[in-house]
Write a protein that binds this ligand. Structure first.
Ligand SMILES: CC(C)(COP(=O)(O)OP(=O)(O)OC[C@H]1O[C@@H](n2cnc3c(N)ncnc32)[C@H](O)[C@@H]1OP(=O)(O)O)[C@@H](O)C(=O)NCCC(=O)NCCS
Length: 173
């Protein structure tokens, strides 16, 4: 816990770039049975309106920045759709997913979007709990949404009308 707390204090938010792909793919592998490969993730950005954020930190004795968490999303006409969010197991329960998604709320308001949406596996209780805490609501079940036949839960939330200045400044760093 001490190590994580230290890293947490040096956390940096930036756009996901090519140099992050290998570490992002590793977090994918540690998070999902049907993980996207590095190539799959790179291909996501070929769709013009798709973007990503990473939270990175410097760890002791490592000159390369560690990717602690990432978020992939698509900007559509009226909303932002979360395609993927995952946190390295070493950095979970430290508020990083919360921080990434709140950053997306700030971006959404700036872009004039009214809603943020996502799909999540029905069995993924940690993620559903995380989204509920962020104000998302279960809208409907998508039957057999995933390739293995599991149902998806479609969740969304309206964006806050206004974001406190201090919060926006902190999240924009
Ligand atoms: C789901 C996930 C992204 C959450 O990331 P995280 O950074 O650990 O989440 P946060 O620390 O921001 O948690 C925010 C809140 O979500 C809820 N939550 C997060 N993980 C939880 C868990 N394992 N069990 C229950 N609630 C959980 C809690 O309410 C938590 O607040 P608290 O820690 O004050 O109790 C992370 O567990 C993960 O990467 N899972 C694998 C990938 C995945 O399933 N992604 C979602 C795909 S739709």
């Amino acid at each position: 816990m001490e190590k994580s707390q230290k890293s947490f204090s040096s956390l940096r938010l930036s756009r996901l770039r090519a140099e992050h792909l290998a570490q992002v793919a590793e977090i994918e592998r540690l998070s999902y049975a049907d993980a996207w490969s590095e190539e799959d993730i790179a291909a996501f950005f070929d769709w013009g309106s798709c973007f990503g954020y990473v939270l990175t930190c410097r760890e002791d004795d490592n000159p390369v920045e560690t990717v602690a968490a990432f978020l992939l999303f698509e900007v559509t006409q009226g909303r932002i759709h979360i395609a993927d969010v995952a946190v390295h197991p070493r950095f979970r329960r430290l508020g990083l997913a919360n921080r990434l998604i709140e950053r997306l709320f700030v971006l959404g308001r700036r872009l004039g979007k009214k809603r943020v949406s996502l799909e999540v596996r029905q069995s993924n209780s940690p993620a559903i709990e995380c989204y509920l805490r962020l104000g998302f609501r279960r809208q409907r079940i998508k039957k057999n949404y995933y390739p293995d036949g599991e149902d998806g839960v479609y969740m969304s939330r309206y964006l806050p009308e206004r974001v406190e200045d201090g919060e926006a400044a902190a999240l924009s760093q």
